[in-house]
Design a protein around this ligand. Structure first.
Ligand SMILES: [Ca+2]
Ligand SMILES: [Ca+2]
Ligand SMILES: [Ca+2]
Length: 252
């Protein structure tokens, strides 16, 4: 599913207020708002779980205060972000705009196996967390990251073509797959891959680890390998964005 080019003051693409939302294999592209260009989460009963998601080219700019180009979590909200990629999101008002990728205020965020890269803001381009927030980042690649934690890196993930062939952020061709030599390859946590609650591969097993990446390619590429950070598992040969695999020749 893709949320493209939507606009709303709070949560241009998705607004979660006093409710629970789980988004798996979704792309948030080019949405606009004032608080949370891509998605907004608010209140102690507001919970968002984002897995295998891409936030690209979302912006907050309206008003004097603009928070969270990609994701904004406020007022005791909770966000769980796993194997997702935040790229090219912007929080700029020229005055008071915080958190290019992710903004957390008086809230809780658990960010695992994620990439936050190439986002911009007036203040704190990557992840901002303040006002008694609890931010836990593990096995993630975050630009400018200097707060330690298990398995984190601030080395370039070498995203393929974040603006895509149209050279515009926030459109369907934005390509945040990994390329050879990326710091995000084989450096995430296998154990952190969440269960396949929605049975994406329709094999009747919802308690197995989510077997696919955002491109519906295998997340687990064989024994002895480790999953990658971000929404896409690195492959030497990719296929079209988000397209299901064609049935094998001779398949029923
Ligand atoms: Ca593009
Ligand atoms: Ca399954
Ligand atoms: Ca891998």
């Amino acid at each position: 599913m893709a949320f493209v080019g939507n606009e709303a003051p709070s949560g241009g693409g998705l607004s979660v207020q006093s409710s629970q939302v789980a988004a798996v294999n979704c792309r948030f592209l080019g949405n606009q708002g004032q608080f949370g260009g891509g998605a907004f989460v608010q209140s102690s009963t507001g919970t968002a779980s984002l897995t295998n998601c891409v936030f690209s080219g979302n912006t907050v700019s309206d008003g004097s205060t603009a928070l969270g180009g990609g994701l904004c979590v406020v007022d005791d909200g909770t966000a769980t972000v796993t194997n997702s990629t935040f790229s090219g999101n912007t929080a700029q008002s020229g005055k008071d705009a915080w958190g290019g990728g992710i903004y957390i205020e008086s809230s809780t965020a658990n960010i695992t196996n994620a990439i936050v890269w190439g986002n911009v803001a007036d203040v704190e381009p990557g992840i901002y967390a303040g006002y008694s927030s609890t931010l836990t980042v593990t096995y993630s690649c975050v630009q400018y990251w200097a707060s330690g934690g298990t398995g984190n890196t601030a080395s370039d993930p070498l995203l393929a073509d974040p603006e895509g062939v149209d050279n515009a952020l926030g459109t369907a061709d934005d390509d945040v797959r990994l390329t050879s030599g990326s710091s995000a390859i084989d450096t995430a946590s296998d154990a952190a891959v969440p269960d396949d609650d929605f049975d994406l591969d329709r094999n009747g097993d919802t308690s197995e680890p989510l077997p696919w990446d955002l491109g519906r390619e295998d997340r687990f590429l064989g024994t002895g390998t480790t999953v990658d950070m971000g929404a896409y598992e690195y492959l030497n040969t990719g296929d079209d964005l988000g397209d299901p695999e064609p049935p094998a020749a001779g398949a029923p």
